[in-house]
Write a protein that binds this ligand. Structure first.
Ligand SMILES: [Zn+2]
Ligand SMILES: [Zn+2]
Ligand SMILES: [Zn+2]
Length: 732
């Protein structure tokens, strides 16, 4: 089991049933021995699962009969360390209602205390340094519980029984300045760096456009949307539409950022999420957050990760004072150390099901069940949105979101996380799985490991296997893997791929027609380069009346690069296709982050438009999906004065029909009826909404991600599943 409050729950249950024995936590899990009336013992086992505390998650229960020992009492014993075994570590849990009531009660000894927690809530993964999960193994070790706290801690009938981070104003951590001062700073439009649960946040009043702009400038954060924290559900509902499922997520134990449809006239400045129809919203999840809104004149704060540009979120006080100095006007620190950094998780609901887009605080390090027993492995993930994965038995231990492995700081975070998870879960990998891209830092890290087998896994195969693994699928499936960039077996950049795959192997059965992309990384920052490639491919020469924002001289250079094959690579990337369409439609010719053009293209789709463009699917062992007819018709639409929202809609419809057409060919050829959709492109829910009905109407069964992100944050799970299959099943 993992979770919280299990020992006191079993203690109280045993006392009620008049059973003797003991319960203890060990690194092998939770062990209980009970003796007494056989009917009472049966009831104990039954009720242990049926009435488990809300946050406990039981993976498996094993029972065995032992000779009676003559015990008369039931007790909770000290934790044990068992070599080679591990216990599951709980993720951090948002503040519970009971704790919140105490923080708001002037007669309670924890009135206004920002570090209030109990067995049912508070920090876990972020403060645990080793197992078993006991106070000396956490960053709370240096705070000595006062007599009152100790009494709670020792009383099995108390809500704080064995609550390891238990604390109060007399004995626990404290803030560097009063909260009311932070509120004043925020109300006056300043940017405040505040230490949270898994790292620092940078906060400002979300309704103050000047403060938001200033934060964006100082943070050098391109145009990526900022997350918001609302005072409460009512405040969230004033700016966004909130469904029942989304309400449950906002208020649930994880308290993730939930991506919600933004309401017209919300009063939230455009600079919070430029070009987006959605806002990322979360509710307060620590007592400190609640105190920020208590009596404050604002109801919504920008709460973005405390980092500069793409570096990892800052966790240590000295580091914050140094690195965040150029961004923050004021700091609110505290003296409870953060051991494991976690960002806020991001979830979006599709078809009534929560889907993780970034898996971190509240979710990590909860394990995902593997479809098969697995040797101990490490999977290093990809380059962007990296997360790593360790396996042990049936457990896939996915790390929290680590980030883009493009700088030294993020690589250091990767290594720290790996060491920590290996310690907590007692994993000694015998093989390491990695992406095929030779330049990825994750690949180079994997290849630098000695004494282990190295297993290279194709990027899109990993995407599909991760979707299969989280659904427990076996056998072969049709896999549609659409994303920005993935290294192909032929050395080209793939990203619009149709595979027939199982865990071991895959065949590439179809892909988007290759176009020549010039300029390496610049091609990702400048969507007009993809547009030029598609226009040349369609018309032989890019028509002069398009791409007018790009100086002719620059276009000429890129044309020459393509003609001479200089710094040019053939790509089937769907991300670049979206870039091309966005640029052709006149939306933008440059972006500040990958996927920006696609997000904006999706955001302007005219929902009523049903039209679509032409496309062709070639025959052969590896079919090509040829969208030149679509590009030609799109250009004709533009010349006829048809607006970008209609063009964007027709493009989405076209791609949906093209995906369905290829899948039907593959079903015809293989008899397979299960389709897994993965890759960053499928964060585009408009595309999904238009694709899924076509596949389902044709009798295909569709599988989407829920537990891990469809983007590269999910591929470590797939790499692990593939490596396990290659190690455990003989080659065909
Ligand atoms: Zn609590
Ligand atoms: Zn105390
Ligand atoms: Zn990918």
């Amino acid at each position: 089991m993992q979770g919280v409050g299990f020992r006191p729950f079993l203690y109280n249950l045993a006392c009620e049933l008049k059973l003797a024995g003991y319960v203890l936590n060990s690194s092998a899990g939770l062990t209980a021995e009970v003796e007494g009336d056989p009917a009472a013992i049966d009831a104990f086992v039954h009720r242990a699962t049926e009435e488990a505390p809300p946050l406990a998650w039981i993976q498996q229960i094993e029972t065995a009969a032992l000779p009676p020992t003559g015990d008369r009492i039931f007790e909770i014993r000290e934790s044990l360390d068992v070599t080679g075994e591990f216990a599951l570590i709980s993720p951090d849990v948002a503040t519970c209602d009971a704790c919140l009531a105490e923080v708001g009660n002037p007669r309670d000894r924890r009135f206004l205390y920002p570090f209030t927690n109990c067995t049912n809530c508070g920090p876990r993964y972020t403060i645990v340094q080793d197992v078993p999960y006991d106070r000396p193994n956490t960053t709370m070790a240096r705070f000595h519980m006062c007599a009152d706290c100790r009494t709670e801690y020792k009383n099995p009938r108390d809500r704080r029984f064995h609550a390891q981070p238990n604390a109060c104003p007399a004995c626990g951590p404290s803030l560097s300045a009063p909260v009311h001062e932070a509120i004043r700073q925020l109300a006056e439009g300043r940017i405040v760096a505040l230490k949270g649960l898994g790292g620092f946040h940078l906060a400002c009043d979300a309704r103050n456009a000047a403060a938001v702009e200033l934060l964006r400038t100082r943070k050098r954060r391109s145009d990526k949307p900022f997350a918001l924290m609302c005072r409460d559900l009512e405040a969230a509902a004033r700016i966004c539409h909130v469904s029942d499922v989304e309400r449950g997520l906002l208020l649930g134990p994880q308290h993730p950022i939930v991506v919600l449809p933004r309401l017209e006239g919300s009063g939230i400045p455009e600079a919070v999420a430029p070009g987006n129809r959605t806002l990322g919203v979360m509710l307060p999840y620590t007592p400190l957050h609640y105190l920020f809104f208590r009596g404050a004149p604002f109801d919504t704060l920008v709460m973005t990760s405390g980092n500069i540009s793409e570096e990892p979120i800052v966790t240590r006080n000295e580091e914050a004072l140094d690195r965040l100095r150029p961004v923050a006007d004021w700091f609110l620190l505290h003296d409870r150390d953060i051991f494991m950094r976690t960002d806020d998780s991001v979830v979006r609901v599709f078809e009534g099901v929560p889907r993780l887009l970034r898996r971190s605080r509240g979710y990590a390090p909860q394990t995902v069940e593997m479809p098969h027993d697995t040797p101990e492995l490490l999977a290093c993930g990809g380059e962007l949105k990296n997360a790593l994965c360790l396996t042990k038995g049936r457990h896939a231990i996915l790390s929290q979101h680590i980030g883009d492995l493009e700088n030294f700081e993020t690589l250091a975070f990767f290594e720290e996380t790996l060491v920590n998870l290996r310690t907590l879960f007692r994993v000694t990998p015998r093989a390491v799985a990695h992406d095929l891209h030779p330049q990825y830092l994750s690949t180079r890290y994997a290849l630098s490991m000695t004494g282990v087998e190295h297993i290279g896994v194709q990027h899109h195969h990993a995407h599909i296997a991760s979707c299969m693994a989280e659904h427990g699928l076996d056998g072969r499936v049709i896999g549609v893997a659409f994303d920005g960039t993935g290294y192909g077996n032929d050395g080209r950049i793939w990203g619009g791929e149709f595979l027939v795959a199982d865990y071991r192997d895959f065949e590439r059965r179809a892909h988007l027609r290759y176009v020549p992309l010039a300029g390496g990384d610049a091609a990702v920052r400048e969507p007009w380069r993809a547009a030029l490639a598609y226009l040349r491919d369609t018309f032989g020469e890019a028509p002069g009346d398009l791409l007018r924002d790009v100086p002719e001289a620059r276009q000429r250079v890129v044309r020459q690069m393509i003609e001479r094959g200089v710094n040019t690579v053939a790509t089937s990337s769907c991300g670049r296709l979206f870039d091309a369409v966005a640029a052709i439609a006149g939306l933008r010719t440059e972006v500040t982050f990958e996927g920006q053009a696609a997000i904006e293209l999706e955001a302007i789709v005219d929902p009523a438009e049903q039209g679509l463009y032409g496309f062709e699917v070639t025959t052969g062992d590896v079919r090509q999906l040829d969208l030149r007819p679509a590009i030609a018709e799109m250009v004709r639409d533009l010349r006829e004065g048809i607006g970008p929202p209609v063009i964007a809609a027709r493009f989405h419809n076209t791609l949906a029909h093209a995906i369905a057409a290829v899948c039907l060919h593959l079903r015809e050829e293989t008899g397979l009826t299960r389709v897994c959709l993965s890759g960053g492109t499928f964060q585009n829910f408009t595309l999904l909404e238009r694709t899924l009905p076509l596949l389902r109407a044709a009798g295909l069964e569709t599988f989407l991600h829920r537990l891990v992100p469809p983007n590269d944050g999910g591929i470590a799970l797939g790499q692990a599943a593939i490596a396990a299959a290659r190690l455990t099943t003989p080659s065909a």
